[in-house]
Design a protein around this ligand. Sequence first.
Ligand code: HEM
Length: 415
Amino acid sequence: MTTPIGGAAQVGRRRLVASIGALAGAAALSGCTRGSGGPDGPGSGPDPTADAEGAAAAAERQGAATRSFHGPRQSGVDDLPQAFLTMVAFDLAAGADTETVRRLMTVWTDDINRLMSGRGALTDQEPELATRPASLTVTVGWGPGAFAAAGADAPPWLAPLPPFTIDQLEERWNGGDLVLQVCSDSPVTVAHAVRKLVTGAEPMATQRWVQRGFREPLMDAGKERMRNLLGQLDGTVNPSSSVAEDEPLIWDDGSTWRANATALVVRRIAMELDRWDRADRFSREHALGRRLDNGAPLTGGDEMTPPDLAATAADGFPVIDTFSHMRRAMPTAPHERFLRRPYNYDDEPAPGQDSNSGLIFLAYCADPVRQFIPVQERLAEADLLNLYTTPIGSAVFAILPGCADGEILGGDLLT
Ligand code: HEM
């Protein structure tokens, strides 16, 4: 918490720009309601394939697809991962209190609702940039600082992760009082939404860190997993909230903190691609326990075939190495499971370096202390993939339950 508050100025600026934004938004919307098309709208121009594939498919291709904002749970957790991600962590202003957090949540709730439905934010002077939501989701989380400022009842598990032996954390990627996870199939939409939400937060909260990531946008099927930059199929074994026994692993059922909340663990993990380049295919597959081409376990079958951990090779050693990533990450108790939704990053290399790539590892679970930490401890103890990867950032947030129309996110915490 660093910047002093100037809330009155903020509200004043918002009111002033709101009138401009409303005019611009109305102008833009009158000319480009979804499907009817303005100069830049989703339905602009003739669509030669609309007859063949249907108007809905064409509209979706042009970015008209929306995900719901209102509801008991926030979007962006267990829904299909979009291609582009920006995570922004915030520091609350010095002296922030319950009213500061309430004001911020009021602004964000309204703007996120608008942006996710393809409308400009309240003070938006470029509402045209909002007309292709492309499945935009903005997911709001609170870190320990937001609960402290608001004097609100925090989840018992909400704290930074303990240090792990493999960690080489850089302070610039750690922590945060609040987080926004912004995902869309359009990178322009992500950039615009982030800009509106960041400026809308000023001066109540300022950016602490920003992480940008991406997944394969051209995968037709199986988008719940992706190729990471080591070339592995990532996301194969994951709980699903459509499976009754998995649901309480992802979403709090109310027994830990709040029904329909979840924890978000963010780990920024650097990949040593130069070392990976020197490893042959056998060593690479051995480190994971799965094939690189189709993601099948080394004991055979296809991607979804369960691994045969007892199988041994001619030399008597296990086919799936005891220290392979998959084997070390497998649950040793039924509760040691969580939802992974990772994104690649590929940033500007430092001088003298070839690359600056890795994974923005996002894990969601009802209780990270019980579900996530034991797995991370096991991987820190021994995991062949550690030769090629290093955690450099870490943060834990409480993803708030969703809200209904007329409510604000986190409203019940702000009494
Ligand atoms: C850069 C770092 C990492 C990479 C490249 C990576 C990659 C992979 C890949 C390719 C798989 C196999 C396919 C799949 O089931 O998704 C996998 C499985 C898994 N990983 Fe990771 N991972 C990384 C970090 C982590 C971390 C930090 C954790 C948790 C602390 C983790 C937990 C898991 C789990 C639980 C599985 C499924 C194991 C099972 O088969 O039951 N991974 N990972």
